[in-house]
Design a protein around this ligand. Structure first.
Ligand SMILES: N=CN[C@@H](CCC(=O)O)C(=O)O
Ligand SMILES: [Zn+2]
Length: 412
């Protein structure tokens, strides 16, 4: 099946030579072709270029994209899309003055979601989660990482990971699964951290490996959650099962967790609302991708990741949604990109790089996703007619997506 898209006003994120990620000043460059064509065969990009080079072929399907932009789908490398119910009461509690920490200390927060999840059947969890997945697909996300972490029991964690596996089988979006058993200590293990970590490592991890339920491992490395030493134990155990780490770190406090993640060659360090000069130094020239989650900063009113400082220091940066019931009940990557521009002072070029190729890197799929490159997946966003791609972050809140293509097929 051949699909030819013609008269594209501007084709964005065109990379003739494949790249894994962009860093520092390279992030300001977003290569594009004006008045372009794009040829797709089955699920892959096979050719692109200016319209004057458009092949004279009778494709099975031709799409005229006059006035419209095309870009690779968003690669959302950090979500918790699988959950049950929501936490709107905590939202109101925060409006009335409680902090995220105070709510968690009262048994709310992650433990609140864990209670709901453990009471729900696998089918119920699937049915609630698939609606959110369908929503983000319509919003232009073509690849998504989904974490466990609301089970915090053997059954609950496995149930979540099986739901993620079923979503990956049932939907055309690319999904990577991350085991986040180390998201919070369940109440019964509050005074027995070693016991809980033993449970994760000796009981749950072997089952995950046996059923091939996860690609990555995560921990919430934070004051009051998992210490740096505990996180290192989790990363080490993950490695034994071939699971590279992607770690929640520096959300509220800087406790030298980033250095530990780099030492363990983590694929990504995520959140980074509080970042020290030492953290920036330790990330330089490493394979670890820093990931910012601006919807979380927005929703719970905490600082934004210091993107300018990090990019100026030469670091790469990815953007992700953190879709979850507590700190970001939205998986809209268009909002993420706009908020990165508006609040973190990233340019549209930097933000689009961060939400495509660098997002792909942060979930280990930049060989197949995140740019318009021959041989990569035809996962695309076709916009409504636009003046320029700057309109994408500028008109935040307006739906500018006309169609979405996944694996070479239009899905909206
Ligand atoms: N910070 C840790 N985990 C999630 C929030 C989890 C929750 O509150 O349910 C996050 O990435 O923000
Ligand atoms: Zn998260």
């Amino acid at each position: 099946m051949q699909t030819l898209i013609i008269n594209i006003k501007e084709l964005l994120q065109v990379r003739e030579t494949p790249i894994a990620k962009v860093s520092g000043s390279e992030m300001a460059i977003l290569p594009t072709i004006k008045n372009a064509f794009l040829l797709i065969e089955n699920d892959l990009i096979v050719a692109f270029g200016p319209m004057e080079d458009c092949p004279k072929i009778n494709a099975d399907k031709t799409i005229d994209a006059a006035g419209k932009m095309i870009l690779p789908s968003w690669c959302d490398s950090h979500t918790h899309i699988v959950y049950v119910g929501n936490r709107e009461q905590e939202f109101v509690d925060r409006i009335n003055g409680l902090t995220y920490e105070e709510i968690a200390n009262r048994g709310g927060g992650i433990l609140n979601s864990a209670k709901k999840l453990n009471e729900a059947s696998e089918e119920e969890i699937y049915n609630q989660s698939k609606k959110r997945l369908e929503e983000v697909i319509q919003q232009g996300t073509g690849a998504v990482e989904i974490k466990s972490g609301y089970g915090l029991t053997v059954d609950g964690e496995l149930k979540m990971l099986r739901v993620i596996k079923k979503l990956a089988a049932d939907y055309p979006i690319t999904i990577k699964a991350t085991f986040l058993g180390a998201h919070a200590f369940p109440l019964v293990y509050k005074e027995n951290h070693v016991g809980y970590i033993d449970l994760l490592i000796t009981e749950i991890l072997p089952k995950i490996a046996e059923e091939k339920l996860a690609d990555y491992i995560d921990a919430f490395c934070e004051t009051g959650y998992f210490s740096v030493a505990e996180t290192e134990r989790i990363m080490e155990a993950g490695k034994q099962y071939g699971l590279r780490s992607k770690i929640h770190v520096n959300q509220f406090t800087a406790i030298n967790g980033i250095a530990a993640c780099v030492k363990h060659n983590a694929l990504s360090v995520d959140h980074l609302e509080i970042v020290t000069d030492e953290d920036i130094e330790v990330l330089k020239n490493t394979e670890t991708m820093p990931v910012a989650l601006p919807s979380c900063s927005y929703f719970i009113s905490i600082p934004y990741t210091p993107a300018r400082k990090m990019i100026t220091a030469g670091l790469p940066l990815a953007l992700a949604s953190d879709f979850n019931p507590g700190t970001s009940p939205s998986g809209n990557m268009n909002f993420v990109v706009a908020t990165a521009c508006i609040k973190m002072k990233m340019t549209p070029e930097e933000a689009i790089n961060a939400a495509t190729i660098n997002g792909a890197y942060a979930m280990g799929i930049s060989e197949t996703h995140g740019s318009i490159t021959i041989g990569k997946k035809a996962n695309l966003i076709i916009t409504k007619p636009l003046n320029s791609f700057y309109e994408l972050p500028y008109s935040f809140g307006t739906d500018l997506i006309e169609q979405v293509m996944l694996n070479g097929k239009l899905v909206s």
